[in-house]
Ligand binder design. Structure first.
Ligand SMILES: Nc1ncnc2c1ncn2[C@@H]1O[C@H](COP(=O)(O)OP(=O)(O)O)[C@@H](O)[C@H]1O
Ligand SMILES: [Mg+2]
Length: 353
């Protein structure tokens, strides 16, 4: 099967600000360093109709990666393919059909809905741009879209400030659906919502996928929610993919030590309940120049190795890889003596780079 989306070796750095004031601040701080890439060597795929979760702490590069897929930021290296075609180009150089097929839903629905325009305008605009509908056809399509996100037709005349957070996110989802996309980039779409509403939105996303076979890149800063939605999980740390695999593989040892930390941080599981996820990667410190980026925080670092050499990408299975100096056997024995661990021990890890 041709993947719907193929991200290969993508690297993205933000340019340092060029203004006089920014340059002066940098000069005063004697800061002559090149910007650290926000995303490095990222490779993963999304198949048609699949949900791939992208997880990692704040500042790990999730939004940067999603923005590059949407063409809002250009990678310095690497390539993006969609439906087999190269799409490594900015949004203004993408054909309308491609723009239609990749939609973005933001964390805060306020950023996709104009507060001064009725819901009618937001939905209608997408329909106008991509389908040129008018009259009854356009009206029916809008009612259909609202129904598909479980809002009654009266919502068409509401203004965004008259909507609750959950309702606004439903409208934002309906707006994305209006384009009839093949891929929706869901960037922390639950984070701004009450916990009670989060489940409803998750359920809605699942339902819409079953009906329409749309694929999701579901971005989240923790692993708890992705278990129920994702087929596969990609874990990002300081701009690098440190582990990816099927949901079962990610939730069963052996993990990357960072994934283990994320799993421990799921409320009600493990002892570190609030440890990892409340931190912002930018306050955790910049990644070291040499060796493994996670080494300064890793409980299982191998002295003389992890801070010196770049970790190899180990293929625990054809669908599961981990960027780590520890072999699968070492990770199994460190991470648990559970039945799950026993089941995976003895699987040789293959070093490929
Ligand atoms: N517009 C920007 N200019 C400069 N640096 C940025 C910009 N946007 C994000 N960054 C930096 O890139 C890194 C990744 O950010 P981001 O992709 O927003 O992470 P996440 O979505 O995982 O929280 C962070 O270190 C952040 O400070
Ligand atoms: Mg983000």
């Amino acid at each position: 099967m041709t993947p719907l989306l193929e991200v290969t070796d993508v690297q993205i750095s933000y340019r340092p600000r060029r203004g006089l004031l920014s340059r002066l601040v940098r000069a005063l701080r004697s800061d002559t360093t090149e910007p650290v890439p926000a995303v490095r060597d990222a490779s993963f795929t999304i198949n048609p109709g699949e949900t791939v979760a992208l997880v990692g702490e704040s500042g790990s590069g999730k939004t940067t990666l999603a923005r590059s897929i949407a063409g809002l930021i250009q990678p310095q290296r690497g390539s993006l393919r969609f439906d087999g075609d190269d799409i490594t180009r900015p949004v203004h150089r993408r054909p309308p059909e491609l723009l239609r097929h990749i939609q973005y839903v933001f964390q805060n629905p306020a950023s996709s809905l104009n507060p001064r325009r009725k819901v009618r305008y937001s939905l209608g605009r997408t329909l106008d741009v991509f389908f040129k509908l008018s009259g009854a056809e356009r009206r029916d399509r809008m009612a259909e879209l609202l129904a598909s996100v479980h809002l009654d037709p009266g919502y068409i005349d509401r203004y965004p400030p008259q909507l609750s957070g959950g309702e606004a996110q439903r409208v934002a989802i309906a707006q994305a659906l209006a384009a009839e996309p093949k891929l929706i980039l869901c960037d922390e779409v639950l984070s701004a919502l009450d916990v009670s509403v989060q489940d409803n939105i998750l359920e809605l996303l699942r339902e819409l996928q079953a009906e329409r076979d749309v694929a999701y890149l579901f971005i989240a800063h923790d692993l708890a929610v992705v278990r129920w939605l994702a087929d596969r999980v990609v874990v990002l740390y300081h701009g690098r993919i440190v582990e990816q695999g099927t949901v079962e593989e990610i939730f069963t040892p052996p993990h990357h030590p960072y994934t283990a930390l994320l799993l421990d941080s799921i409320p009600g599981k493990g002892e570190h309940q609030t440890s990892a996820l409340t931190e912002d990667a930018s306050t955790v410190g910049t990644a070291p120049d040499a060796g493994c980026a996670f080494e300064p925080r890793c409980q299982h670092r191998i002295a003389g190795v992890c801070e010196v050499d770049d970790p190899p990408r180990l293929h625990d299975s054809p669908t599961h890889d981990v960027l780590c100096h520890l072999s699968a056997e070492q990770r199994v024995s460190l991470q648990s003596g559970s039945a799950a661990a026993a089941a995976t021990s003895g699987v040789p890890s293959q070093e490929i780079s």
